[in-house]
Design a protein around this ligand. Structure first.
Ligand code: FE2
Length: 193
C-alpha cells in the first residue's frame, strides 16, 4: 500500500485572506507532501507496509511514527478549515461545549491558551475523552489523540510552518484567522460518528 497526499477540500486560495495561497502551497504541497513521501520510504519492505495509517500511528515510533502521525494530523487539519467556516457551532456540539467549558467564549479562550502555549512545534485539539466529555489537549511534535484512544474533533496546527508566512510570530493573529475558518460541520460529524 502506498499512502497518498489527499487533495485539499477547497482551492488553494480559498482560505485567503485568513490563510494565504502561499501558506497552503508550502504547507500542503511541500510539508504534508514530504511527510507522505518519507512515510512511504520508511515503511517500504517493513511490517508497517500493509497496515492502516491509524495502526501505524499506534504501533510505530521514530521516523515511521513521526511521518505517519503528521500525515494523519494534516489530513485531519485540512478538514477543520473551510472557506464557509467560522461562526458558532449549534446543536449537540454546542451543548457538549457548554457542558464542558461553560460557554463558547470560555471554550475559545481555553483553546487559544492551549494553542499559543504549545512550546516549540505541536498541535492543539478538541477531543472527546474516554468518558464521552469534551476536553482540550496539547500535543508535541507529531503526537495526536489516537495515542490516548481519544476521538479528535478539531485541531489547530501550531507548527510555525502553519502561520509564519502570513503572521510571522503573531500566534494570536493566526488563531483569530483559525476561528474565521473553523469548520464546525466537520467537528459535529466527528462527534456524531
Ligand atoms: Fe503543519
Amino acid at each position: 500500500m502506498t499512502f497518498q497526499l489527499p487533495d485539499l477540500p477547497y482551492e488553494r486560495d480559498a482560505l485567503a485572506p485568513h490563510v494565504s495561497a502561499e501558506t497552503i502551497e508550502y504547507h500542503h504541497g511541500k510539508h504534508h507532501a514530504g511527510y507522505v513521501r518519507k512515510l512511504n520510504e520508511a515503511v517500504a519492505g517493513t511490517r508497517f507496509a500493509d497496515m492502516s495509517l491509524e495502526a501505524i500511528v499506534h504501533e510505530s515510533d521514530g521516523k515511521v511514527f513521526d511521518n505517519a502521525a503528521q500525515h494523519w494530523n494534516h489530513s485531519f487539519y485540512w478538514n477543520c478549515l473551510s472557506p464557509r467556516g467560522g461562526g458558532d457551532p449549534s446543536g449537540t456540539l454546542a451543548e457538549k461545549i457548554r457542558d464542558a467549558f461553560g460557554d463558547l467564549g470560555s471554550f475559545r479562550k481555553a483553546f487559544d491558551e492551549a494553542a499559543s502555549g504549545v512550546f516549540g512545534s505541536g498541535w492543539a485539539w478538541l477531543v472527546r475523552d474516554q468518558k464521552g466529555g469534551l476536553a482540550i489537549r496539547q500535543t508535541a511534535n507529531a503526537e495526536n489523540p489516537l495515542l490516548r484512544n481519544e476521538t479528535a474533533l478539531l485541531t489547530c496546527d501550531m507548527w510555525e510552518h502553519a502561520y509564519y508566512i502570513d503572521y510571522r510570530n503573531a500566534k494570536k493573529k493566526y488563531l483569530a484567522a483559525f476561528w474565521q475558518l473553523v469548520n464546525w460541520r466537520f467537528t459535529a460529524d466527528r462527534l456524531a460518528g
